[in-house]
Design a protein around this ligand. Structure first.
Ligand SMILES: Cc1cc2nc3c(=O)[nH]c(=O)nc-3n(C[C@H](O)[C@H](O)[C@H](O)COP(=O)(O)OP(=O)(O)OC[C@H]3O[C@@H](n4cnc5c(N)ncnc54)[C@H](O)[C@@H]3O)c2cc1C
Length: 179
């Protein structure tokens, strides 16, 4: 569980020795966001693979209408979608990581990877939960745990919408954040 709360600071006097070394503004603490978001782009792939493997094994063992549910076209479509999107997310994360190793990247490039991969993993978890039927909402399988966690990953380190606006600003040059 996550104890989520709001905090604010008013009329605070901070001792000079508590300042971040070499920091001159908000940019310094915010600089941790880029590598964290790139890490998320990788981490969620693991959760998605866990959901895919659980759903595949379940679909091959669960029988309905006299055959394994893996033999139904609608179930196969979900499994194929998961495999396809996991593979694309891996390539996106790999490309981003290689670009980061070669030199600085633009924040929008990291936003694109965080936005896509968190969304992809959440969709995989939802499809896996669906394939597991009612068993998917029990904690006997890891899928519902991944699903709840991925709902939060979709929001933290920049919500999906905010990353949309970051990429939108980058490609159009127009700020759509409001204010
Ligand atoms: C499990 C968990 C762990 C977290 N860990 C940390 C942490 O370690 N450190 C930390 O600092 N924070 C942490 N957070 C906070 C997280 O980063 C924020 O919840 C997130 O940035 C969204 O802020 P908010 O909840 O205030 O939502 P809001 O900013 O109120 O957003 C609500 C909705 O409005 C949308 N929205 C907001 N502004 C706009 C806009 N201009 N245009 C369009 N849509 C908009 C958002 O996309 C979202 O859909 C954590 C959150 C969770 C759930």
């Amino acid at each position: 569980m996550s104890r989520t709360s709001e905090c604010w600071f008013e009329n605070c006097r901070i001792p000079a020795e508590n300042r971040l070394p070499k920091a001159s503004g908000l940019r310094a603490p915010l600089s941790c966001l880029s590598p964290a978001r790139a890490g998320i782009a990788w981490g969620v792939i693991g959760a998605a693979i866990g959901c895919y493997e659980t759903a595949l094994a379940y679909a091959k063992s669960r029988e309905q209408f006299g055959r394994p549910i893996a033999g139904f076209q609608l179930v196969q479509e979900k499994l194929v979608w998961m495999l396809q999107e996991i593979t694309k997310a891996q390539l996106l994360a790999l490309r981003l990581t290689r670009m980061m190793a070669a030199g600085p990247v633009r924040p929008a490039q990291i936003s694109l990877a965080k936005r896509n991969n968190a969304w992809m993993a959440l969709e995989c978890a939802r499809k896996a939960r669906d394939i597991l039927g009612a068993a998917g909402i029990t904690d006997r399988y890891s899928v519902i745990r991944h699903l709840m966690n991925l709902e939060t990953v979709y929001t933290y380190e920049g919500t999906n919408d905010i990353h949309t606006l970051i990429v939108g600003h980058d490609i159009t040059g127009i700020d759509a954040f409001g204010g």
